[in-house]
Design a protein around this ligand. Structure first.
Ligand code: GDP
Length: 441
């Protein structure tokens, strides 16, 4: 998992020590604890928490750590595997019953993860009992927090402990400039579009005209948003030596795609998309970059091709059969048509690429969706999913935790991706789902 992920904080402990109460206090919910969702994570509840400028996912592990068979190897491994996916652990104990063998076992599991954990001694209803209750737990060398959830005592200390372990939120994705690359075959109008865009936007850095410099990226502002256009100098210089043009173009577009967040794949409307464009699109997809198809020279196409948009669409579906949901914007770089539509689409795509779904929304959707289709099969068992979480990448990427990630076929992945796209209107956004192991029963 990348370090940009929301930190995951798990509450573990025996039955009735107060895990759900703590969960409800911190998340400020009174939601009844939904257990026994058939087939899947019947017992893990996740809620994002935003507190004092910090954000994390709080996880009530209820059912898995409450199992009577915590001593059974299988359940134990399941808990261990799950805890390997979290960042911080809160071990809740009952201060009134003192330290019993099951507590030791749970604490040992927490210790073995190597993750920071604190021992919360609950049900200390009188302040003077605190020291006595704590004494039992000193041997574990963890931070000990006495509390009474019923009286709301100790909760502040718990929150302080959590937030002290969580770094401040990363700079919001939205304020980073969007890096755009215009790619496509020679002579489709890339340089012309580039000039159009820069000619009608506020430039932040002017490159020195006429100097033979390496590719210079140009920063500009349009509709109050910051962008960086890649390889502008190279585009505007527009190699005119006929030989080399194709090779240079192919090389340059690879370079640009790698640097970009969003690619404008430009094609000549008169010609339509070709196999070469399909190859470029494939590299964009392989690099998981956002993409908009720009059909240029519509001033000519409109005159020469009857119903040209319809014809063009059909060509797109035929040529890009593996990615038919691509957005198309029609432009004339020469006449300056279509620029507003293009930037509207760029803004929309950027928003979708920066989409951050709450873990609870995501999982409600996820479990609804996987019920709709037969579970993938691994060997003789069904693949069982535990939960889905979003990584902080743009475009959005997800991690699904399952008992047998190898059983999640590409077809099943595509099924999930298609449903995510439908649910959150993410057409044209290359979404990825990683599967990670988490052992089940
Ligand atoms: P690049 O190789 O993709 O950078 O293409 P250029 O921007 O150099 O354009 C190739 C040729 O197409 C030039 O002669 C441009 O003037 C012309 N061109 C570019 N955009 C348009 C357009 O929208 N309509 C028309 N009619 N011609 C265009």
């Amino acid at each position: 998992m990348s370090s940009l992920d929301l930190k995951k904080v798990a509450i573990i402990g025996r039955p009735n020590v107060g895990k759900s109460t703590l969960f409800n206090i911190i998340t400020d919910t009174r939601k009844s604890v939904v257990k026994n969702q058939p087939g899947v994570t019947r017992d893990i509840i996740i809620e994002p928490v935003s507190l004092w400028g910090k954000e994390f996912d709080l996880i009530d592990t209820g059912g898995i750590t409450e199992s009577k068979d915590l001593f059974s190897q299988l359940i134990r491994e399941q808990v261990q595997d799950f805890l390997a996916t979290v960042d911080l652990i809160l071990v809740v104990m009952d201060g009134r019953s003192g330290l019993i063998p099951e507590d030791r076992d749970i604490i040992r599991i927490a210790q073995q993860t190597g993750k920071p954990f604190s021992i919360i001694v609950n049900k200390i209803d009188k302040v003077h009992e605190e020291e006595i209750a704590k004494a039992d737990f000193y041997e574990f060398g963890a931070d000990i927090i006495p509390a009474s959830f019923e009286q709301r005592r100790g909760v502040g200390d718990i929150l302080e402990w959590i937030t002290s372990k969580i770094p401040l939120r990363e700079e919001d994705a939205e304020v980073r400039p969007l890096t755009i690359a215009i790619v496509g075959k020679p002579n489709v109008g890339k340089s012309s579009l580039c000039n159009r865009i820069l000619g009608t936007s506020r430039m932040l850095v002017s490159d020195v005209a006429g100097t033979t410099v390496d590719a210079v990226d140009t920063a500009f502002i349009r509709n109050e948003r910051h962008y960086i256009l890649i390889d502008t100098a190279g585009l505007r210089r527009s190699a005119k030596r006929e030989e080399d043009v194709e090779i240079i173009a192919a090389f340059k577009s690879q370079e640009s795609i790698r640097k970009a967040n969003l690619c404008l794949l430009m094609v000549d409307s008169l010609i339509g998309p070709t196999e070469q464009d399909a190859k470029i699109l494939e590299s964009i997809m392989d690099d998981h970059k956002g993409v908009i198809l720009v059909a240029n020279k519509i001033d000519l196409a409109q005159k020469q091709i009857p119903e040209f948009k319809k014809t063009f669409r059909e060509q797109v579906e035929k040529t890009f059969h593996f990615f038919e949901d691509i957005k198309i914007i029609y432009t004339s770089a020469e006449k300056g048509y279509g620029l507003d539509e293009l930037f509207e689409e760029i803004e929309k795509t950027e928003q979708q690429m920066n989409l951050k779904l709450s873990t609870s929304d995501l999982n409600n959707f996820f479990f609804d969706t996987i019920r709709k289709a037969p579970a993938p099969v691994f060997g003789t068992t069904n693949v069982k999913f535990y939960y889905l979480t979003q990584t902080n990448q743009r475009p959005p990427a997800f991690i699904a935790f399952a008992n047998h990630p190898d059983g999640v076929t590409n077809a099943y992945r595509r099924f999930l991706i298609k449903n995510i796209k439908e649910r959150w209107n993410l057409w044209g956004i290359p979404i990825r789902i990683f599967c990670m192991k988490s052992r089940g029963s």
